[in-house]
Design a protein around this ligand. Structure first.
Ligand SMILES: Cc1cc2nc3c(=O)[nH]c(=O)nc-3n(C[C@H](O)[C@H](O)[C@H](O)COP(=O)(O)O)c2cc1C
Length: 294
């Protein structure tokens, strides 16, 4: 897929397992198809003030605001430590504007340890960049082709579900040269602090993830896979092999595990094993046999 040979189709999702190394005390990094790092910008970013997370009945709301260490620190301090690990590395990147996306893309031009960039066009928690680009097909295409030009890497476009119809955006990023599309980022939600009669988060709205969003994510993956010919990476509420299989049957080529890692950091190994058991039991030799089968 995307010109990279992954050992398996189960990746970590951006922002839910740090820069990759954080998972290493709990799971062999080689068991992960690819580490997708926390979103990285050219310069470090502080993010939003506390509180930043709240639990919901079947998921979590977050308002991190893309806090990150910046590309320089990732390149100098983190990538060398990933050198001898046998997982692929996908760096999730974003900018406050088009120049910001180009600047961060260019910083990975000569970084051979990085197999691909995932471009975040979908963060619900920042005013500039993020979601504003992911709702406009022309802007989304402009960002994707600029990052491909700047980085010379395979580029995965991460799109938002907070939109009426994903097809025009998906088609635009495919035309602009994206190697794949990952969906979904968080849904926009909110929580109220009843005692203080105020929104719980300073930004008022926040990003919802976890089991609650899985049915929406499945629908968006299915719609995206119908709209484009490039691979789709399914994300949203995946915590078991059967969840992952649902995404594959809806048309996903690979999946990413997000906040399930916060509950059990070994989730990715379990998901890989459950998919493999299902394939053995059902005499499936290649996931292609069931991809998009619905
Ligand atoms: C705390 C937190 C931080 C996140 N940070 C990022 C990020 O920096 N970039 C990004 O593209 N997605 C980010 N996401 C979105 C996840 O990668 C994923 O798309 C979303 O959580 C849905 O998957 P899940 O339900 O399995 O968690 C973040 C999610 C959470 C919960």
């Amino acid at each position: 897929m995307i010109g990279v040979k992954f050992s398996n189709p189960v990746f970590s999702s951006s922002g839910t397992s740090g820069y990759g190394l954080e998972l290493s005390p709990y799971i062999a990094l080689g068991d992960i198809g690819a580490i997708v790092t926390k979103g990285i910008s050219a310069k470090p970013k502080q993010g939003t003030p506390q509180p930043r997370i709240v639990e919901t009945a079947s998921g979590m709301l977050n308002s991190i605001g893309l806090q990150n260490i910046g590309a320089r620190k990732l390149i100098d301090n983190v990538l060398p430590k990933l050198e001898d690990t046998d997982t692929k590395v996908i760096v999730n990147v974003f900018g406050d504007n088009l120049d910001g996306y180009i600047e961060v893309g260019r910083m990975f031009l000569n970084e051979d340890r990085v197999d691909a960039l995932e471009v975040n066009l979908s963060c619900p928690n920042v005013k500039e960049g993020g979601i504003a680009f992911g709702r406009d097909p022309e802007l989304a295409a402009e960002v994707i082709s600029a990052v491909i030009d700047a980085s010379k890497k395979p580029v995965i476009a991460k799109l938002t579900p907070n939109i009426t119809d994903i097809s025009p955006i998906a088609k635009a990023v495919e035309k602009a040269g994206a190697s794949a599309i990952s969906v979904i980022n968080c849904l926009v939600g909110m929580a109220i602090d009843v005692e203080n009669r105020r929104p719980y988060f300073k930004n008022i709205t926040a990003g919802l993830s976890g089991p609650a969003i899985k049915p929406v994510a499945l629908r968006v993956v299915w719609e995206t896979a119908k709209a484009v010919d490039i691979p789709v990476l399914g994300i949203g509420g995946i915590s078991t092999g059967r969840d992952a299989l649902e995404f594959i049957m809806a048309g996903a080529t690979a999946v990413q595990v997000g906040i399930a890692n916060l509950i059990n950091p070994g989730t990715i190994s379990d998901v890989v094993e459950e998919i493999s058991d299902f394939c053995t039991e059902n005499k499936i030799s290649d996931l292609k046999e069931i991809r998009g089968i619905i």
